[in-house]
Design a protein around this ligand. Structure first.
Ligand SMILES: [Zn+2]
Length: 332
């Protein structure tokens, strides 16, 4: 089922995405005179039709959309926002830190996103043929995100209110620098990709972004662990209860993963690409010379773990290009 009415004022619409995840959830919330949408899916005719169906299930039409609130600027969350803005007049909202990034990579300078991805892969030792392939994949994604017009912003800690939709905004950097989650007074948390029920969200290092995304992520997991969450509504997977337990699982996952990364570092050091091959060995069986894993995610995640190890004093980074990391110290 793509459309699921979860409460009289709340509908979940699962929209298809051409990534391993398969689906992204967006949530429509009825307001006093219309509706707010949390996240938007990709720019495809199918997504638009499914959203219309979802609004229909609440007795509304897309014309009544007042705002699209985007948890973070990844393509599957922001892709359709510009189209909805244009068709319905709805406002688009981001966290204040995410808006300039979203504007740059999807509206003003889309090539900068491809440059950031290829720059990161090169810096961390990815062979050129695979960098080129990643660039081609990143280019293809561009068509699935529509540029958007002037957007509005919300700030960490503020209570955002619009037409009866009222949520507390929390900045949760890690999965993206300007990621936010939204908590309403009923304990419903729209958590984007900060916490997912079935998988560990990707945490990747990018040259122009914050320098220790995994450190950010772990801190923002701890910061929202004890919020009064009754049900979490994630960007991928089913809505879930047991919020604090799931947060604890992710904290433990990364503790173990950091240790695994440290153990896999050879004494002479290696690049993040080489570490990714070891960390994600099962995904690295090559077919036609290309690895069966989205490289930016694998290499970015390995680099994020290595930078966290550097911050913890368990690894050292040399100044060469590509960047190499070597282990420091013993078991902790
Ligand atoms: Zn995401």
């Amino acid at each position: 089922m793509s459309v699921e009415v979860l409460a009289p004022d709340l509908v979940r619409v699962r929209l298809p995405v051409p990534f391993p995840l398969g689906w992204v959830n967006v949530y429509g919330i009825r307001t006093a005179t219309g509706a707010v949408l949390v996240d938007s899916g990709l720019r495809t005719p199918e997504a638009l039709a499914l959203l219309e169906e979802g609004f229909g299930a609440l007795g509304l039409t897309l014309r009544s959309l007042r705002a699209v609130v985007v948890t973070h600027a990844h393509p599957d969350h922001v892709g359709l926002a510009g189209v909805l803005q244009q068709h319905t007049g709805a406002e688009v909202y981001f966290l204040d830190r995410e808006e300039p990034v979203a504007r740059r990579i999807w509206a003003e300078d889309p090539a900068s996103r491809v440059r950031a991805i290829t720059g990161m892969l090169r810096l961390h030792g990815t062979p050129p043929v695979w960098v080129d392939e990643a660039a081609r994949q990143a280019e293809r994604l561009r068509d699935l995100v529509s540029p958007f017009g002037p957007a509005r912003t919300v700030r960490d800690g503020e209570v955002f209110e619009l037409d009866g939709f009222r949520v507390q905004v929390r900045w949760t950097p890690g999965h993206s620098d300007g990621h936010m989650v939204l908590l309403d007074s009923q304990g419903r948390l729209f958590c984007g990709d900060h916490v997912l029920p079935d998988i560990s969200p990707n945490i990747s290092l990018y040259p122009e972004a914050r320098p220790d995304p995994l450190g950010d992520y772990l801190a923002s997991l701890r910061a929202v662990r004890d919020l009064p969450v009754r049900t979490a509504y994630p960007g991928h997977g089913d809505p879930f209860r047991g919020w604090a337990e799931r947060v604890d699982e992710l904290l433990e996952h990364h503790r173990a993963r950091l240790h695994a990364a440290w153990e896999l570092l050879p004494p002479q050091g290696c690049t993040a690409f080489e570490l990714a091959r070891r960390l994600f060995a099962e995904h690295f069986q090559e077919r036609d010379g290309l690895p069966q894993v989205p490289l930016p995610l694998a290499v970015g995640e390995a680099a994020a773990h290595l930078e966290r190890l550097v911050q913890e004093g368990r690894a050292a980074r040399d100044g060469s290009v590509p960047v190499r990391y070597r282990p420091v110290g013993g078991l902790t």
